[in-house]
Design a protein around this ligand. Sequence first.
Ligand code: G6P
Ligand code: MN
Length: 434
Amino acid sequence: MPLVYRALLADRAEGRVTEVVLHDVDAARLGAIARVLDEQAAGVPAAPAVRVTTDLDEALRGADFVFSAIRVGGLEGRAADERVALAEGVLGQETVGAGGIAYGLRTVPVAVDIARRVARLAPDAWVINFTNPAGLVTEAMSRHIGDRAIGICDSPVGLGRRVARLLGAEPRGAWLDYVGLNHLGWLRGLQVDGADLLPRLLADRDLLESFEEGKLFGADWLQSLGAIPNEYLHYYYFNREAVAAYRGAERTRGAFLHDQQARFYEEMRNPEAAAFKTWDATRAEREATYMEHSREAAGAGERAPEDMESGGYEQVALALMRAIARDERATLILNVRNRTTLAELDADAVIEVPCLVDASGPHPATVTPLPGHATGLVCAVKAVEREVLAAAESGSRATAVKAFALHPLVDSVSVARRLMDGYARAHPGLAYLT
Ligand code: G6P
Ligand code: MN
């Protein structure tokens, strides 16, 4: 939220955002973040007004844009998502594999409730979904508010920017031939003035191993693929190493963030605390440790500073809002309904794809068809997402087990059953599954 608010503060253009309403179910947390924003706004003329409320309906009424970023079960829940899976020897991660399924099963019913309220109280609003697992959650919301549900992620933009810079191109002027699901996509081309620059990168081993994704996957594998995968595909292509690194770690990502966030809110209880400074320090620490186990498993070493640079989420969200509100055409990689983009998926399946955005919303662009191995993964994971959505709707535990069992990173139906039992014990929020 502070990153988004900073981007709003820098926006001086006509038709900019004038009011921000913050909603949280936890009043203390709401107060702490309001203090951070208040410090950010100090001395900025015509800063957007900030109102806070613990009443969701009050926050939604009359909104033009709704940013939805929730964490059902809190960071404690995220840590349990990771722990239960790792105890079974399979990947425990926020969005990928068993951890992502457990998180999805908890989150979908809550996201659907929000979408229903939006449909009632702010029927013309566009919902920008930040909540992970972002593709699945966006699809759940789209069943109630259609194409007004748009999911965002900063990983494809980050990948595109890194590759464009390596090739000496201006990231804004480059067209990214990227498609897949959220955290499951491939960059197959990068066009500047009609010429594809990616083959030059794929042919140069040293250049390939000089940036984040190249270090993670290694030049050989990238050359075999003929594409640059989203960094989250490391969990698939190097699953064994990733699971081993996570199991060997002192703390999971969720446990780290849980402790860090608890410290932040504890410090915020001190009325003298410099709110923005405290928040910013936690952000820097969070970003420095992002995907640390994967990088360790790959021997990728420290992150380069340019790989850590932000300008992700908040820039995508602001550009998206601008394009819609001011009818300024923009091209952004978003999570939207497929329509006819990927022939193997139905029209309502939410995918991650470059979109042309204007006042009428995002329209998926034409991309090069995916090769068979990528289509296979996309279809398998979409089928799992559909089982999660079905389980959330019906409350059927057997359907939830089916979701776990069909996932390519869960290697046995008996493991899936034990995962379901473990998650049911860990999460009161899964009691609806019977
Ligand atoms: C990246 C991912 C997001 C994720 C974020 C924070 O930007 O694309 O999906 O939410 O990192 O990850 P963290 O592990 O710090 O919560
Ligand atoms: Mn993401």
